[in-house]
Design a protein around this ligand. Sequence first.
Ligand SMILES: NC(=O)c1ccc[n+]([C@@H]2O[C@H](COP(=O)([O-])OP(=O)(O)OC[C@H]3O[C@@H](n4cnc5c(N)ncnc54)[C@H](O)[C@@H]3O)[C@@H](O)[C@H]2O)c1
Length: 359
Amino acid sequence: MTDSTEPAAPKIHIAASRAHDFVAAVLAANGVPADHASTVASCLVEADLRGHESHGINRLPSYVARLRSGAMSGAASPAVAPVTPCVGRVDAANCLGAVAARAAMAAAVDMAKGPAGIGLVGVRASNHFGMAAWVVQQAVDAGLLCLVFTNSSPALPPWGARDRLLGVSPIACGAPAGPRGRPFVLDMAPSVAARGKVYRAERRGEAIPEGWALDRDGAPTTDPARALEGVMLPVGGPKGSALAIMMDVFAGVLTGSAFAGHVASPYDASRPADVGHFFVALRPDLFVSANEFRDRMDYLYQRVVGAEKMQGVDRVYFPGEIELVTKEERERTGIPYVEAEIAALNEEARHVGVEPISE
Ligand SMILES: NC(=O)c1ccc[n+]([C@@H]2O[C@H](COP(=O)([O-])OP(=O)(O)OC[C@H]3O[C@@H](n4cnc5c(N)ncnc54)[C@H](O)[C@@H]3O)[C@@H](O)[C@H]2O)c1
């Protein structure tokens, strides 16, 4: 588990394939074409498999609310257009974020595999794409390195201020593994914890750790409901706040999407979100040979995981590795959900006549 608050309630385990089919069926019943529905389901289920339930299938009710209100378009498809031989522009046309992200990373990968060796794509008019590692994995699976940036709705103050202005959108990047290692997959919100973890704690009736958030009066809180009225705290003080601004410069200002506090929340069903993304994919053999790159990644991996452990630590992980360990376990055991989460998902299914995920 990578989330820091361990749920107390008993869990119902659901196989990943069942969760995928359920999500795809509910989305399809809400007017989303089957291929788009399957893409979004893959992204959400992968988050649950990797231990990031904050970005898993429990996002379904909020996505469906936006589809039903017309704030997000289930039927829309992203349009990819070239800007230069190694730069592309995507107008996501307010489609589902995972659909836009998949098309944009596919374009970046295609360009990186061409003579330029690099592909850079800016996306405008998109929506929340969920777990950034899912987008990173697409480039890593193609044997490439990548950067994955997005902006998001305001949740974090600039350092020294008290009102929400910046997103807690993830900074993510990746590199393929050597033959004996694991891929490098960094995927981190610039806040102490992702805001989705506060929503998850609220759903599950749990407290959040101190140091994650302030309430609306600027006081520290462990109550998720009060935290959601207030602000998230940046990781590393002004450094985290600067990273959030960096996401807005590349994913918002540069791409033509909303920025500076104007992206709508994925829980706001009243208006399009206008999220921006910025992706780069590049070949690993631009400066050293492909074999050398793999050997050097192996060496780095071994140096990191073989580092002398501090007291009380069982294992040193490479970025992204702790999630793979969780995924391997959940592929065997199923994904654990609490009853209230299953009930909310079944309620969505009932609305559109889809079989419940679990009785
Ligand atoms: N789409 C959005 O707008 C949005 C916004 C915020 C967060 N998110 C998602 O929320 C998820 C959670 O974000 P987070 O910042 O809370 O993640 P996190 O703090 O759990 O992990 C951050 C990074 O640290 C690494 N890590 C964690 N524990 C480790 C350990 N013990 N040893 C070595 N490395 C370790 C992880 O592999 C990861 O790369 C991410 O998947 C992110 O994409 C999405």
